[in-house]
Design a protein around this ligand. Structure first.
Ligand code: 4AD
Length: 547
């Protein structure tokens, strides 16, 4: 009889599992980590996006095992510190140090400490969150503090390491540190080139240690769903917080472009009773007993203020009840939209091109945003105008010439809506921005006017970017009343609730057009990321509406 225990098989489902379950297919664990902690050699079957259990890859296994090892080391270090603390408590040897007086200290933000500014003299005080702790020896600790404006390495030595607060310090606790500032000695590094030699420090609010320690949350190897559940903590990490800061700079750059070009910003309502981009992606809700929707686009409202405000723009949330999870679809996204009066279709294409070039150049040349951009996406260079202009008909030809077939195996023909995959293939192969224009009326929205040269086509445009695909959708707008009525009819839309939109064609109409740019897709393109989720504060997509 063999005394070898057979290798167990565990099942894991990040969405529906729990680590208190038995790890069976019916009652799966939540994390691969838990399964491999129980048995490092276990066979682990993880629930895939397609809803089937699949064996984890050897890469995932070794990543998770490495992480378990890291946590074990951390646990041992915590244990050692707890023991030291206990010994000191028992020997009543805890060191007490006096806080410097308020009038001899200057409270500073970490961003104020940089090579371009004079180093503050005397004792400075910083307040923030413990980002990293490195214990070099019993008498030397490095604590990196984060205050939302930067990172500062603080050096604690000798008696400071023997205080109660030093011996119990945990990651993400809030602290105040008093000390003197110095540039780091040659050959040594720190996040900003400086370090604060502490003379006093105190915990303001202690974060948990042990198994609830933040170290266990900031775990690059965790399942994406687990990281999304912990998004509120993950956002404290350097990478995600850099991306959020970058996003803020990009929003600013869009506003700069619009201000420089005399657009007026408006803030349209997001609760609406009309659709813009087709009924299938509407989020419906009960509005005091009436049907209402979360807006898909603010375009119709922007059009209404052209007569009073001239060129206008808004940066607002749009909502789409997308059925599928893809790497570029969100249920809620930030929509940068503009509308311009008395322009031609050619003007519209030029404006889209200028917007993307201006914002890219602005960020490229920005001291902080440019640095993040170069770090995250070293291969980025701002695109140059003119972008390639390609018509829908030329696109169909390209797909046929390059052997791209429809799912049923037949070639694409005029009138087909080109799906995401072949469009991406074309964009990635051409590998430069494409103003893809003049789509057939049947595949586009009710408000798009026909091209004079070919009545089957509309004055419409999508801007396609390598790596992401469509980032902008725009068009000229029907400005003739009768034509608009036909557009409603073709799409089976009751014109009644659109009276205010229709009125624009009755009370002094004009040729006009505009576009909408998906901020998350734009950021994903600039930063060369894989998924739009990574540039959202708290992403919303099929199946996720928390935290
Ligand atoms: O092409 P779309 O549907 O155009 C409109 O909504 C127009 N009414 C805008 C206008 O002319 N004012 O959407 C515009 C852009 C897309 O190119 C894409 O970047 C983004 O919005 N977008 C999405 N981004 C993330 N998730 C989704 N589900 C998105 N749907 C559209």
């Amino acid at each position: 009889m063999s005394d070898q225990t057979p290798t167990p098989t565990f099942h894991v489902c990040a969405k529906a599992g729990s680590d208190t379950n038995a790890g069976t297919a019916e009652a799966p664990f939540k994390t691969v980590e838990h399964a491999l902690t129980l048995s490092p050699t276990a066979e682990v079957m993880e629930m895939s996006e397609e809803g089937e259990f699949k064996k984890i890859s050897s890469k995932t296994r070794s990543r998770v095992l490495k992480n378990i090892e890291k946590q074990e080391k951390q646990r041992q270090a915590d244990e050692l510190r707890a023991k030291q603390l206990q010994e000191r408590l028992e020997a009543s040897k805890l060191v007490q140090i006096e806080r410097p007086s308020a009038d001899e200290t200057t409270y500073i933000k970490i961003r104020d400490v940089c090579e371009e500014k004079p180093v503050p003299e005397g004792i400075v005080l910083i307040k923030g969150w413990v980002h990293r702790i490195r214990i070099q020896s019993k008498k030397l600790m490095f604590v990196v503090v984060r205050d939302g404006t930067g990172l500062m390495q603080c050096v604690l030595n000798d008696q400071l390491c023997e205080t109660y607060d030093a011996l119990t310090l945990t990651r993400e606790s809030t602290v105040e540190v008093y000390g003197t500032l110095n540039q780091v000695p040659k050959g040594k590094t720190s996040p900003n080139g400086f370090e604060l030699k502490a003379v006093f420090f105190k915990i303001i609010s202690a974060a948990p240690g042990g198994k609830d320690s933040a170290d266990n949350i900031f775990n690059d190897d965790a399942n994406p769903e687990v990281l999304l559940d912990q998004r509120h903590m993950v956002l404290r990490d350097q990478g995600p917080s850099d991306i959020m800061r970058f996003r803020a700079f990009v929003l600013n750059a869009f506003r700069t472009h619009y201000n420089d070009n005399n657009y007026c910003e408006v803030t349209p309502p997001l609760m609406v009773q009309t659709q813009v981009e087709g009924g299938s992606t509407l989020f419906k809700f009960d509005y005091y007993g009436q049907d209402a929707y979360l807006t898909q686009s603010s375009q119709l409202y922007l059009e209404t203020v052209l007569p009073s405000l001239g060129d206008v723009y808004c940066i607002a949330q749009s909502f789409r009840a997308e059925k599928s999870r893809t790497r570029r679809h969100l249920s809620e996204y930030t929509h940068v939209e503009a509308e311009c009066s008395f322009i031609s279709f050619e003007d519209l294409l030029n404006r889209v091109e200028k917007l993307v070039c201006d914002v890219s150049n602005h960020i490229w040349n920005h001291p902080v945003a440019g640095k993040i951009l170069r770090e995250v996406n070293p291969s980025f260079t701002p695109p140059e105008a003119p972008f390639l202009r390609m018509s829908y008909i030329e696109g169909i030809e390209w797909l046929n010439e390059h052997g791209q077939l429809k799912p049923d195996g037949t070639p694409y023909v005029f009138g087909d809506d080109i799906p995401e995959a072949p469009e991406r293939y074309m964009t990635d192969s051409i590998n430069r921005p494409i103003l893809f224009h003049s789509f057939p009326a049947e595949v586009k929205s009710f408000y798009m006017p026909r091209r004079e040269e070919d009545n089957r086509l509309t004055e419409s445009v999508d801007l396609l970017m390598p790596g992401v695909g469509e980032i902008v959708g725009g068009s000229m707008r029907i400005w003739d009343l009768e034509e608009l009525m036909k557009g409603y009819e073709r799409e089976g839309i009751d014109p009644t609730p659109y009276y205010w939109f229709t009125d624009q064609r009755r009370y002094g109409s004009c040729p006009h057009g505009g576009y909408g740019l998906g901020l998350e897709r734009f950021l994903t393109w600039m930063l060369g990321l894989h998924h739009v989720r990574d540039v959202c504060l708290y992403p919303r997509f099929t199946g996720r509406c928390r935290p």
